[in-house]
Design a protein around this ligand. Structure first.
Ligand SMILES: [Zn+2]
Ligand SMILES: [Zn+2]
Ligand SMILES: [Zn+2]
Length: 257
């Protein structure tokens, strides 16, 4: 199983338009962050995409993504779903609708926001041909076994994912403030764990970088990364705030498990 971090930034992305702060004007390429999405590829070539941010088209072109077989949607915030229509480039070439797994609550929201998805397209037009699959229990898809991980994200819940394939496991949680006790056992013993760490200071709906580091230590994965960073910290400073062996991810980071 291999992973590609196509976006590691918070909802604004970095640089923030119009901002002249040291991080937004940094020369370090790791301080340029598109909105969060992760590509997961199994040894047999099956590809799952985690989230469809507004930058999805740019990301697919930048990383030469040839194939997306299915999508996992974490929650309905704009920075995770507003690139949904970019899936058309892939669904147009698929013989059957592309499966999109998400929680019942997020599925309901997607049906409302993208209400045209269920209608037949007019001649000469195209729609993302997807099949929304509401999941609360583990499921299998090709070589993947996927377990939804409900976590608190401010006032609402979002879905993290434990993804297992080829004898490896990863835990990918993009927008978390607190992990409920019932979810904790599902986060342990992975080869890779990923959590959001928005900034050095505390935040109402996200973990801080320090909190993310503490939780990742508790998860005890062989490798651990922090994502969903905002412009209040550079990559270098975020790295210095994390425990040894835990690092911020950056756009374009590829990992083979
Ligand atoms: Zn800035
Ligand atoms: Zn969110
Ligand atoms: Zn987010």
């Amino acid at each position: 199983m291999k992973l590609l971090f196509m976006g590691t930034g918070t909802s604004y992305g970095i640089p923030v338009p119009g901002c002249g702060c040291p991080v937004c004007t940094s020369d370090d390429p790791r301080d340029k962050r598109l909105r969060t999405s992760i590509l997961v590829t199994a040894a047999d070539g099956t590809v799952l995409l985690l989230d469809t941010p507004p930058d999805l088209r740019t990301q697919c072109l930048r990383y030469g993504v040839k194939r997306i077989d299915g999508v996992l949607v974490s929650h309905d915030h704009a920075d995770h779903v507003f690139g949904f229509d970019d899936l058309r480039a892939y669904t147009n070439r698929m013989p059957a609708p592309m499966p999109v797994w998400t929680s019942p609550r997020t599925a309901e929201s997607l049906r409302r926001v993208f209400d045209y998805l269920g209608r037949p397209p007019l001649p000469g037009t195209s729609l993302a041909r997807v099949e929304l699959r509401e999941v609360e229990e583990p499921f299998t898809y090709g070589p993947f076994r996927v377990t939804p991980l409900p976590v608190e994200h401010g006032r609402s819940f979002m879905t993290g994912w434990r993804i297992e394939a080829d004898g490896r496991a990863c835990v990918l949680i993009t927008d978390c403030k607190r992990i409920p006790e019932t979810t904790w056992p599902l986060c342990l013993g992975a080869d890779l764990a990923v959590l959001d760490g928005l900034r050095p200071e505390l935040h109402a709906t996200h973990l801080s970088i320090g909190q993310a580091g503490e939780l990742l230590l508790r998860m005890g994965a062989k490798r651990s990364y922090v994502i969903h960073l905002c412009h209040e910290t550079s990559h270098v400073r975020a790295d210095a705030l994390l425990p040894e062996g835990i690092h911020p991810a950056y756009d374009g980071l590829g990992i083979r498990l």
